[in-house]
Design a protein around this ligand. Structure first.
Ligand SMILES: [Zn+2]
Length: 95
């Protein structure tokens, strides 16, 4: 199933130009337990709804960015560089 994804650098492109990098979750602190690291590396919440995800534009600018996507209908709410989260520079999907 295809959909459009807006790279913050290149603009709207077919999702097949990108590599999915998984859901975004907090990295454990230094000295965290093995269980915390196991959960971080292997455990996924598999959200049915809105989540933040990593995406890599492999057939374009070859940069990583994040997208907020509704997994129930593949609608992309916004895409952004990680250092601009919450800023007005985020690329918001056209309705
Ligand atoms: Zn790009």
């Amino acid at each position: 199933m295809g959909f459009l994804l807006a790279c913050p650098n290149c603009g709207q492109r077919d999702v097949y130009e990108f590599r999915f990098g998984g859901e975004v979750h907090a990295r454990p602190q230094f000295g965290a337990s093995k269980k915390d690291w196991m959960d971080y590396v292997y455990r996924r919440s598999n959200t049915a709804g809105v989540e933040n995800e990593w995406w890599y534009h492999r057939m374009g600018c070859r940069r990583w960015f994040q997208a907020t996507r509704d997994t129930t209908n593949n609608s992309v709410l916004r895409t952004f560089w990680t250092d601009q989260e919450g800023s007005d520079n985020a690329v918001r999907a056209r309705k």
